[in-house]
Design a protein around this ligand. Structure first.
Ligand code: TPP
Ligand code: MG
Length: 406
């Protein structure tokens, strides 16, 4: 363990092992009590560094973190309800509910507004709505986009899997698993070449480990010492296959050690843990210290795609997913993870820290629910795309100057 940062740069075997006496003691205690060892917020408290960066956050900033988590949660729930109960709704999503603390904690450490040559950039995945909201996209226009409306963020061309909003540094979703990683290192290279202190972040699932892009991105990021952060959201499954089918590592973060990149495994349900790890990584990247890798252990409450198994008005999806090709998730696993809900954990922490009280938390949630309902209502009134719109932005106007290569 690198004691100055808390990031591990040890080889895989050592990185998986307990890192301190206190943590070892806690693990022993947890094993004795039958607790879920690797997932409790206490694990980080036992490390003694849980609030290191977050302690500098004002009450207002802490409430903002909670608000972001809630915005994502109510966006997902509202959209799932639309899909289940409104036959006129055309949108769809790879729902992010359950993983909200990851996007919220990471993006809270980034520059999300300002000129394009100063803003930090986020490359997202096929599961982008949480990343987009946390980065600060205009939510009503995102709702319109997801329903293929002409006034949506991308004119109704993109919808969920190609959503993008350069104004806030959300370079965008990506339907392909893997290619966004080397593209994100490309941005990081541009920042370094221009002498900018911007940071490039990519979010990828556990499914990205087995792609060549995972390895080439980390290799290039280290060799060129790029301001690049790989946030791997390990929600245990890619589509319907458990991640251990395609990765030999219990902690995929162990793989970063092979490239000499410091890594950190965090409880992705605890926004404070995510924030701390991301803050360290961003500080390192901005100050020329090179790339970092963060693995957030998390879980999605809905099935891989859409809302099969979900009921309108209820959180989560249960039962056999007819889209499942191979195995599917046991209901009891979903329910167990829902016991460690990122909304509940954030609310409890903020109340314990005195940033707000229970009534205040309820007020924030009511406020967010109203904001999201208004966003969907606005989107529903927007004009639909016409078939002719499909020919816009395809061909360039005028002439393209000839370029000579080589
Ligand atoms: C190159 C490529 N192969 C296969 C797919 C089909 N596909 C879409 S999502 C997905 C699983 C991704 O799993 P993971 O990276 O763990 O992300 P999660 O869905 O769990 O968020 C796959 C295989 C794809 N989109 N791109
Ligand atoms: Mg996954």
């Amino acid at each position: 363990m690198d004691n100055t940062t808390g990031f591990s740069v040890e080889p895989p075997e050592a990185a998986d092992a307990p890192s301190s006496e206190s943590r070892r003691g806690f693990l022993k205690f947890a094993a004795l009590t039958g607790a879920v060892v690797s997932m409790t917020a206490n694990r980080a408290l036992a490390d003694g560094d849980i609030a290191f960066h977050a302690q500098d956050l004002s009450d207002e900033q802490l409430v903002d973190l909670f608000r972001t988590i809630l915005k994502i949660r109510w966006h997902e729930r509202t959209q799932a309800d639309e899909m289940l109960s409104n036959p006129d709704y055309r949108g769809y999503n790879h729902f992010y509910a359950g993983q909200e603390a990851v996007a919220s904690g990471v993006c809270a450490t980034l520059r999300n507004s300002g000129p394009f040559d100063q803003i930090d950039v986020v490359y997202s995945s096929h599961r982008p709505s949480g990343h987009a909201i946390a980065k600060g996209v205009d939510i009503p226009r995102m709702c319109a986009e997801n329903d293929f409306r002409a006034t949506g963020l991308n004119g109704g061309y993109a919808a969920e899997m190609h959503l993008s909003d350069p104004d806030v540094g959300f370079i965008g979703a990506d339907g392909m698993i893997g290619p966004s990683m080397p593209i994100a290192t490309g941005s990081a290279f541009a920042f370094r070449a221009r002498g900018s202190d911007q940071v490039s972040v990519v979010f990828g699932g556990d499914g990205t480990y087995a792609t060549p892009h995972f390895h080439s991105a980390l290799n290039n990021a280290k060799i060129l010492d790029l301001p690049f952060i790989y946030v791997l959201e390990n929600n245990l499954y890619h589509q319907y296959a458990h991640y251990t089918y395609s990765s030999p590592h219990k902690d995929i973060a162990s793989a970063a050690a092979a490239y000499g990149i410091p890594s950190r495994v965090v409880d992705g349900q605890d926004v404070i843990q995510v924030y701390n790890a991301a803050k360290e990584a961003v500080d390192r990247a901005r100050s020329g210290g090179g790339p970092s890798f963060i693995e957030a252990k998390t879980y999605r409450y809905y099935n891989h795609w859409g809302a099969p198994g979900a009921k309108a008005g209820e959180l989560g999806a249960f039962g056999y997913d007819p889209l499942a090709i191979t195995s599917f998730r046991p209901d009891r696993e979903v329910r167990a993870w829902m016991q460690r809900d990122p909304v509940d954990i954030a609310r409890r922490t903020l109340i314990e820290w005195g940033a707000l009280d229970a009534a205040g938390a309820e007020a924030v949630e009511a406020d967010v629910k109203a904001e999201i309902a208004a966003a969907f209502a606005w989107a529903a009134e927007q004009p639909l795309c016409t078939p002719e719109d499909g020919l816009e932005h395809v061909f360039t106007q005028g002439t393209v100057p000839a370029r000579q290569f080589g």
